[in-house]
Write a protein that binds this ligand. Structure first.
Ligand SMILES: Nc1ncnc2c1ncn2[C@@H]1O[C@H](COP(=O)(O)OP(=O)(O)O)[C@@H](O)[C@H]1O
Ligand SMILES: [Mg+2]
Length: 355
């Protein structure tokens, strides 16, 4: 029997989405009563940890707990009345402070096996410029871009000239954020600097990227590790509400998007896109899981857009749907992710710490 701590919520704009993902993960894992003892732990937006009876949003019955580094325990009640040693932590967290390597580094320090990408892959995956550089190195097509930084004077004329040469529209977005927060589509040159200033409210670095007009958004999910990386069927998400996938279309507008799995794309393109997804995952030294997102133009050319190392995992999320479309059982994937986490931990433990 393994003690599995499922972590969710978190100090992120994707706090709510994470709770929904975790509810599905807890539900599925709890079915395997002989294998797993599940401890659902909710993290508030302030970063405090609470053990819950049932995975969900905060309730008055939740017990305040703290992570700790002890030989016989790594989570304990704040009042000292209870403690456990988790055999594995399953972070079902998304976005800043959760998916970007910070939580992963914390779990490394706690010396506990955890599901999903490690510190480096998580941090690179969160950074739209670094992940793009790695994707291009792995041979995937990427869109041209420029990056401007908050505390470095940038040459406005030069940026305008680049935009004219790249062609409008361009997309302006924070380099390390998610959920379309701070993202703007710029259709006129006169809107450029305002969009940059807007995005700089959310991140110190902002990407100005050549836009794909009326882009189709194609997704491919991955699980596995170095020895055995598996890609899923491709899926497509269509924004029905606005011109692109803004925050409203993603989370607020009812029926703001439409999912199509498998995506209606040529067999050959799908095969290549899956291969690229696997290569990108390997290039980032990914392990566990990820969802790789692409933009496709009207001619059927696709470009790597971003990688999410902790993608949405609820029953209605793309991650399970994409694998179910190729006959994979979600509960087996979750089981495999736990095994991979333990395998990576054992491998790391076998390394020597002395010379
Ligand atoms: N270069 C681009 N061309 C066309 N659409 C884009 C481009 N960049 C971003 N978008 C649109 O903006 C959305 C959010 O951008 P994305 O890079 O995925 O950031 P996030 O991490 O916030 O999801 C995308 O889903 C897409 O609809
Ligand atoms: Mg996105």
């Amino acid at each position: 029997m393994l003690n599995v701590v499922v972590l969710y919520g978190g100090k992120s704009t994707e706090h709510e989405v994470s709770v929904h993902s975790a509810q599905t993960v807890c539900q599925i894992l709890a079915r395997q009563k002989d294998k797993y003892q599940i401890y659902p732990i909710f993290i508030t937006k302030e970063g405090h940890w609470f053990l819950q009876q049932h995975c969900g949003f905060q309730t008055p019955q939740d017990k305040a707990v703290i992570p700790l580094l002890q030989a016989d325990a790594n989570v304990a009640a704040r009042d000292g009345s209870w403690k456990i040693k988790a055999d594995v932590v399953f972070p079902v967290l998304h976005g800043t402070n959760c998916e970007d390597g910070t939580m992963q580094g914390f779990l490394e320090t706690l010396n506990v096996p955890y599901v999903g990408c490690g510190v480096l892959a998580s941090a690179m995956g969160m950074d739209k410029e670094i992940s793009k550089i790695m994707a291009a190195r792995a041979g995937a097509p990427v869109l041209p871009y420029r990056v401007v930084s908050k505390f470095k004077e940038y040459n406005k004329t030069e940026l305008e000239e680049w935009v004219v040469q790249a062609g409008l529209p361009v997309f302006v977005k924070p380099v390390r954020l998610g959920s379309s927060v701070g993202v703007r589509k710029v259709k006129k040159l006169s809107q450029l600097h305002e969009a940059v200033a807007f995005a700089l409210q959310f991140d110190t670095d902002v990407m100005v990227e050549k836009g794909v007009d009326h882009a189709r958004e194609i997704f491919c999910a991955i699980y596995g590790d170095e020895d055995n990386v598996k890609s899923s069927a491709c899926g497509e998400l269509r924004s029905l509400a606005g011109e692109f996938f803004d925050y409203e279309a993603k989370y607020i507008t009812v029926g703001g998007c439409e999912t199509k799995v498998p995506a209606d794309i040529a067999e050959k393109t799908a095969r290549k896109l899956r291969q690229d997804s696997e290569n990108i995952f390997r290039a980032l030294r990914g392990s566990g899981l990820a969802r790789v997102d692409f933009l496709m133009d009207q001619e059927g050319n696709y470009y790597f857009s971003e990688i999410n190392t902790l993608p949405g995992m609820s029953q209605t999320s793309l991650f399970p749907q994409l694998f179910e479309a190729c006959g994979e059982d979600y509960s087996l994937i979750l089981q495999r992710l736990i095994e991979l986490a333990r395998k990576r931990y054992r491998q790391k433990e076998s390394l020597s710490l002395s010379r």
